[in-house]
Design a protein around this ligand. Structure first.
Ligand SMILES: Cc1cc2nc3c(=O)[nH]c(=O)nc-3n(C[C@H](O)[C@H](O)[C@H](O)COP(=O)(O)OP(=O)(O)OC[C@H]3O[C@@H](n4cnc5c(N)ncnc54)[C@H](O)[C@@H]3O)c2cc1C
Length: 505
């Protein structure tokens, strides 16, 4: 058993939350040590080399312009150079009788917010005029903000606002299930409303769609490097088994490294930046009567997971010129053309041009690609409860058939390689009424702090929620030492006519 030097703050977990806390506190002059059980950073936003494929893969994550804390962290660390931004989203309906799939494009135009998407929305063929008027009436509910209470299921809201079947399938579902990752019954209207208010109504900037163009652990590697440059120490392959409050008021954690060697780490401040189930596991190692165990552990029983399944395909040819799209009326909800996204972002960076029009290379050229590598597409199924019991082969077969219904060229293409990733614990669900069980970072007391997307960040299960939670935990640690530093950055201000609407409800 070894004993490490005592930093000011120990952080467990190098996901977005733990890294955000590490950057904030090391930047404020605290000595910080981060313990991470995996050999890479990023947490659930991770990438790794698939052993059978010998390729680096990840489950594509996206962010929006309204994710101001995540964007800020990326800007500080240099990761922002590796985000490819888009001002529009293409919705595709399956092709009929070999015709190309019908495209609807929602894009910000020149009208002031909240009307910036109106012209493209009115033109979108995926919705009838009647559907559009129902949607517009529904969106009006979120114009001035979103409900402060979180007890109404979104399914009840859809009924209450009399949304049509097509409006649900072609508008509410791709956006709500894509962002909140669960069924309407299991998503509260508060968070659905937040998505539409922040990304659809408040400003065009809030709805910009960002895709990390590097594998995710490389992407978060920029953030880890910033923390290290500021003096933070990161220990990988260090799996924490128990936590304990010592009589001298230090927190002690017992952790095993990759070889099974056990070490003790102590610090006056301990941040658990873990998913809720791992937090529960460690809190359960505290003595029965401890206040942290007694107060926090019962809250965690109210949280549930929702899965995401991703299908990774390498085809011998391009089957679409789109870089990403929402696929309608299928199990697959999103398509990411990862070869194109990465190649075009690389081209943009090589040319040093920020002004290139979306999706266009000003020179009309791309860096050379090795044809043997194939064209990499990723398909995403959110809230993939139905896929959990299926075999990878079943999921792959169904996904290929669905993909061919949008892009007939798939039938002529050769599948070079493939992988199916099922993430059963991808996100926690913002079930109606959950907010009252989401603890604040300093809820445990005695210099034990909580971070992670599931804590009271004001956001659903997202990277922005995680970064906010890490920054909030860092603020709580600083406050306890008499430092009132603020690490959180505000949301985007309302733009255009939205300045005249009050956000509070
Ligand atoms: C497939 C998938 C797709 C997603 N898509 C999106 C998206 O498009 N946009 C978006 O914003 N969000 C998305 N999310 C959600 C997003 O990944 C999470 O909300 C966010 O990454 C959570 O960060 P976190 O730091 O709170 O927790 P985590 O990322 O879970 O980090 C916790 C860290 O703690 C470590 N750890 C756990 N136990 C221990 C222990 N005992 N000792 C030491 N270390 C430990 C873990 O290894 C991990 O690195 C997606 C998630 C998945 C899985």
């Amino acid at each position: 058993m070894t004993h490490s030097p005592t930093p000011d703050v120990l952080i467990l977990g190098a996901g977005a939350a733990g890294l955000a806390a590490a950057v904030a506190l090391s930047g404020a002059g605290a000595s910080v040590c981060v313990l991470e059980r995996k050999p890479f950073v990023g947490g659930r936003a991770y990438s790794y080399t698939h052993p059978a494929l010998n390729r680096v893969i990840d489950s594509q994550h996206v962010l929006l312009g309204c994710c101001t804390n995540l964007v800020d962290l990326c800007r500080l660390s240099g990761a922002a150079d590796h985000i490819r931004w888009y001002d529009s989203i293409t919705f595709l309906e399956p092709s009929r009788a070999n015709a190309p799939p019908r495209r609807s494009q929602i894009a910000a135009g020149s009208l002031p917010a909240p009307a910036h998407n109106t012209l493209s929305f009115l033109r979108a063929p995926m919705l009838s005029l009647a559907d559009k008027s129902r949607i517009a009436m529904g969106l009006l509910e979120f114009l001035r903000g979103y409900p402060a209470r979180d007890d109404e299921p979104f399914s009840a809201w859809l009924r209450r606002t009399r949304q049509s079947e097509c409006a649900i399938r072609h508008f509410w579902e791709p956006i709500v299930v894509g962002t909140l990752n669960d069924t309407f019954e299991r998503c509260s209207t508060r968070y659905a409303g937040q998505v539409f208010h922040e990304s659809f109504l408040n400003s065009a900037a809030g709805g910009r769609f960002g895709i990390p163009a590097q594998p995710l652990s490389e992407f978060y590697g920029w953030v880890a490097r910033l923390a290290q440059q500021q003096g933070a120490v990161l220990r990988y392959r260090t799996s924490v088994r128990s936590i304990e409050r010592l009589p001298n008021r230090l927190w002690q954690v017992v952790a095993a490294d990759g070889s099974g060697q056990v070490a003790r780490h102590t610090a006056p401040n301990l941040i658990l930046a873990l998913p809720f189930e791992q937090t529960a596991r460690l809190l359960a190692t505290l003595p029965e009567g401890s206040p942290q165990r007694g107060q926090i552990l019962p809250l965690l029983g109210h949280f549930t997971h929702a899965p995401i399944t991703t299908i990774h395909l390498w085809l011998d040819r391009e089957v679409t010129d789109l870089e990403h799209a929402a696929l309608l009326d299928t199990r697959i909800q999103w398509l990411f053309n990862k070869t194109q996204i990465r190649r075009k972002q690389q081209t943009r960076r090589l040319e040093g041009t920020e002004s290139a029009a979306e999706g266009q290379n000003p020179l009309g050229q791309s860096p050379a690609q090795n044809p043997a590598e194939g064209h990499y597409l990723e398909l995403v199924i959110s809230a993939s409860h139905a896929e959990l019991p299926q075999t990878p082969d079943e999921i792959l077969r169904s996904a290929m058939a669905e993909l061919a219904s949008f892009f007939p060229e798939v039938r002529r293409a050769t599948l070079l390689q493939s992988a199916v990733l099922k993430e059963a614990r991808a996100t926690f669900s913002v079930t109606p009424g959950l907010d009252r069980f989401r603890p604040k970072p300093d809820a445990p007391g005695e210099n034990l702090y909580l971070a992670g997307d599931w804590t009271q960040s004001g956001w659903p299960s997202t990277m922005e929620g995680a970064v906010r939670s890490g920054r909030l935990a860092a603020e709580a640690v600083a406050r306890a030492t008499g430092n009132n530093a603020g690490f959180l950055v505000p949301g985007l201000p309302p733009a255009g006519l939205m300045k005249w609407f009050s956000v509070a409800r």
